[in-house]
Design a protein around this ligand. Sequence first.
Ligand code: AMP
Ligand code: MG
Length: 396
Amino acid sequence: MISTSEATSIIQQNLWKPSSELIPLLTSNNRILAENIVSDRDFPAFDRVAMDGIAIAHESFEKGMRVFGIEGLQAAGMPQQKLSSVSNCIEVMTGAMLPSGADTVIRYEDLKISDKRVEILSNSIQKGGSIHRQGNDSKKNNQLISKGTIISSAEIPLMASVGKTTVEVCTLPRTAIISTGDELVNIDENPQPHQIRKSNVYALAAGLSRFGIEAHFFHLTDHEESIRKNLQTILSNHDLIIISGGVSKGKFDFIPDSLEAFGIKKQFHQVKQRPGKPMWFGTGENKMVFALPGNPVSTFMCFYQYIEPWLLKSLGAPYLPVKAILESDFTFDLPLTYFLQVKIKNEGGRFLAISIPGGGSGDFVNLKDTDGFLELPEGQFNFKKGEAFNFISFRK
Ligand code: AMP
Ligand code: MG
């Protein structure tokens, strides 16, 4: 049996290699950028008027002039106008180009306008005020966004403004989620007393949806022959295969042997952790199989502890580990890494982790009252209030 850090390291050494594809900008949210985005113009592209008001030559104000004639109007979308006399001003609107000959904008709030004249009411008008200078935010040909970035609503408008109608993103693994077990029925069915509705596959699909992965669902019964009959096609048609159940020591846990029979190389089986001890991981040619124990909290925890960081790394995106502080003493006396279910309280910017014990790895009702897991390392048995540990969050 290996430790959680060995398991993580083996998984991270077996990354899936994506290629790239062009997709419409609007469908790129949450996808991972596979190209660098370079600006084709300065940001802003011209000296941009930042307030509705007037534009003047500041030298006139410095000389004591307070009343100006209105020479014209520069609205947003109009080609650049010219201020021909320093004793005049041009009315300007937010988003317009600064007229040539003007160097300062004064907002309407500081003006009194009558007929064709304007009086400046303030005595402290800064030269260059209320102008958003060309190239202030970024210069033409600068790299705006680098590949590997997870596209969010902050990147999409930037890409729109440089004219990217389509974006190159990393392809996603063709993913299969497989439930196993004769006790499971579909969620639109009425279970018999000895049956339950399959819920793990929905947990996994929800976890994958963050990446835009739309997994295919499959079900395998607890019969070795039937597993072997169906598994081969699923394995050959997918890059990422996540199986829930059938990997423990039960009489009907045929998954590990069946996977190996189809050439999936076992990388490890069993991790010194609770929950999730029976976890199995194997690889084929740019193909990874995560076979997770079926207990709902085990499947859930293993997804966020192992599969989510592995996916981020495979796609070239950053994974930022977070720590949280134990809010009260906790004891766990087995030589295993314990993933404690916790609720997070933000206390003055510090993440405090409050233990929400629950009824073990079968109790997934408890998960709704938690925010994630605190990773309490193997070998330590007494965990003290105030100590910081890795926090695995599932609420993004
Ligand atoms: P197993 O890992 O196959 O021994 O399953 C362990 C426990 O998890 C059993 O109580 C199963 O009924 C339950 N289980 C397995 N798969 C699912 C699933 N997809 N949804 C809900 N419970 C499951
Ligand atoms: Mg089972």
